[in-house]
Design a protein around this ligand. Structure first.
Ligand code: AMP
Length: 249
């Protein structure tokens, strides 16, 4: 069984993002970029399924600028067998990514596609759902446990206030939540091995997909600055301030 794992190159989660002075977006010049953390969990899950004998091939896919090759190499260092870069400098919105992935799924015929539940840069949480709709496949989002058996996936989902377990026939879409697994550290030998794994490059036009943005970002702004805190002498003063100044109790 083949698994497709889409991996997005995003601003590293440790970086404090800065909004551009003209409010048109986030400044990514000279900023550390990494694989979207939920996608690392997706690759790890695919690798565990392969180690468990359920999966024979893992194909990582990244859409974006040429540097996404690094993200694909990381996926291959975790254990993906090969990578596909959809090379474009266009801004890619979730619908465009879903269409690209649909075209690749038609070509590659995977039985399972594991995506992150959301990309930490745009926080859209849309691509997996749109892809499931375009393919006409079942989807299990926010997965915290995935079991593949007898041609079906049994997925435990993190829902408000608890867990829900669903079964869906393959092929299917799964999106990962934080608690699904803890991705392994990539080791130097595996980074070296990843350099030799096959990496194919295609353009959106090769897949017959028009990636023109459908949404226009009007403005991006930073959250309001927090005002400085103050020290209080004792609990009595704290209670008095909370009551009379902050008026929260
Ligand atoms: P989003 O809908 O943007 O929050 O992204 C959800 C998931 O879709 C991500 O965790 C990735 O698995 C996948 N994805 C989104 N954009 C890309 C991209 N440009 N290349 C590869 N995968 C992507």
């Amino acid at each position: 069984m083949k698994v497709l794992v889409p991996v997005k190159r995003v601003v590293d989660y440790n970086v404090k993002v800065r909004v551009k002075s003209d409010g048109t977006g986030v400044d990514i010049a000279n900023v550390k970029m990494s694989m979207n953390p939920f996608d690392e969990i997706a690759v790890e899950e695919a690798v565990r399924l392969k180690e468990g004998g359920k999966v024979t091939e893992i194909v990582a896919v990244s859409a974006g600028v040429t540097q996404c090759q690094e993200t694909l190499r990381t996926a291959m260092a975790i254990g993906a067998d090969r990578g596909i870069l959809v090379d474009t400098a266009e801004e890619l919105q979730p619908l465009a990514v879903a269409k690209l992935l649909k075209a690749l799924a038609d070509k590659e015929q995977p039985q399972l596609i594991i995506l992150g539940k959301q990309a930490i840069d745009d926080d859209s949480n849309q691509t997996g759902q749109m892809l499931a709709a375009l393919l006409g496949w079942g989807q299990a989002t926010f997965a915290s446990k995935v079991v593949i058996e007898d041609g079906k996936a049994t997925v435990t989902r993190e829902v408000d206030g608890g867990l829900e377990t669903v079964a869906l026939p393959l092929p299917a879409i799964v999106t990962t939540d934080l608690r699904l697994n803890e991705p392994r550290y990539v080791t130097l030998p595996n980074i070296m091995k990843a350099k030799k794994k096959p990496l194919e490059t295609v353009k959106p036009a090769d897949l017959g997909v028009d990636v023109t943005p459908r949404l226009k970002t009007l403005k991006v702004s930073e959250p309001p600055k927090r005002s400085a805190g103050i020290m209080v002498k004792d609990v009595a003063e704290l209670v008095s301030k909370l009551k009379n100044e902050a008026k929260v109790i």
